[in-house]
Design a protein around this ligand. Sequence first.
Ligand code: GTP
Ligand code: MG
Length: 433
Amino acid sequence: MNAPICAPATPLFPAAVHVVRVSGFELATLLSPLLTLPKPRQAGLRFLRWNGYSEQALVLFFSAPASYTGEDVVEFQLHGNPLLVKRFLEFLGTLGIRLAEPGEFTRRALLNGKQSLLEAEALRDIISAATDTQLRMAQARAGVVPEWVTQAKSCLGPWIARVEAVVDYGEEEGILLKTNEMLLDFQNLQEAFHVEQARSSAARWLRDGIRIALVGRPNAGKSTLFNLLAGEDRAIVTELPGTTRDVLEVRTEWAGLPLFLYDTAGLRDADDPIERLGVARVANVLEQVDLVLHLIPAQDVAPNPDILLRLAPFQAKVLEVRTFGDLAESKSNVVVSALQGDLSALETALKSRFLGPYAPDACLGAMATHRQRELLDELVAQVGLVMDLAPSTPPELYASLLQGMWGLLARITGEDRAESALDQVFSGFCLGK
Ligand SMILES: Nc1nc2c(ncn2[C@@H]2O[C@H](COP(=O)(O)OP(=O)(O)OP(=O)(O)O)[C@@H](O)[C@H]2O)c(=O)[nH]1
Ligand SMILES: [Mg+2]
């Protein structure tokens, strides 16, 4: 576990500079065949020679424990040649410094108390964020123990102490369980957990993105809307029905929502064999997405019954959108006009469906990862159990439930480090972090 590790911290393309990181103990000795380390936190220019190669590198040394991992850390800034980095890493290998696993530097930071699990998760999200909202969400989570966790702990702590006292000394006056006072406290906790649960399910969509398929009859305006949402001219648009055949995919951020959009072939019994193949592909898309936008031109009296039949199995995730709002009136809730660029009804519908009452900004700092949301669900279940206990329940059972809640809170912040949770978090890291 403490074996010295190394990794490129930059992606291996030709570039101005590549950074190679080394972490371990006694690095001054270990690296002595290569260089004399500069003073901690002072950049030093070093001429490195190994196996016939030579390289001038800027070297930074962070002495344990004042470093990213809590161990000695050395960073080499080399010329940005991937081959050079490869040869350098090979040489480090001969010094007994092995290549790091993805996320191993951060895992060590965590185990050495330099970082919390929440920070590590936020860091992973900062690195992988692809939209502004995602980036800001991840940054808001970095290094912050959420307020609701702190509050829940300060509410729960005294009750655990009381319950344990009852277990040890019996129930005396003043430490009765299931009093109104306790009920009130736990009602408040339950409420706070519910709020956080709702906020985190909104945040989840912002973090992971929403997959949306645009389907409908030929000429329903699917490709036009697709282009408008994507903010670029991706799909071919013509006034001829049956223009789109293949499934087109684009990733975009629209109205603060990270979207994966799928444009599809217009649904009809086509004669053209290519168009038929396109229509067949729509089935697959319907399975995979989170939302199906069924586009129906406002001038159509009723939706096409064949299409309704085809969409029936996905009813729960179908949203009807009337297009061509500039050409005809419609009583439907969601009417848009691509021609006039009026998509406000669609924006409202999407936000209320996926974010509920929360604006994207209100989701900053929310528990958005799968791991965090699972723990939150368990917490909600657990507090429900406590609320439902009969007053005559033995104090030992109270004690174990309350301890369980405390444990869940600790797992959310990562004080309680189950190895499986670590694996889950670090599997998403890149090399050198
Ligand atoms: N007036 C008006 N015309 C629109 C609107 N949306 C699309 N159109 C026009 O309708 C025609 C068909 O649009 P497309 O986006 O190609 O329709 P589609 O559903 O992708 O059609 P297929 O690919 O053939 O299935 C084009 O001529 C568009 O310019 C709208 O909101 N208002
Ligand atoms: Mg099209």
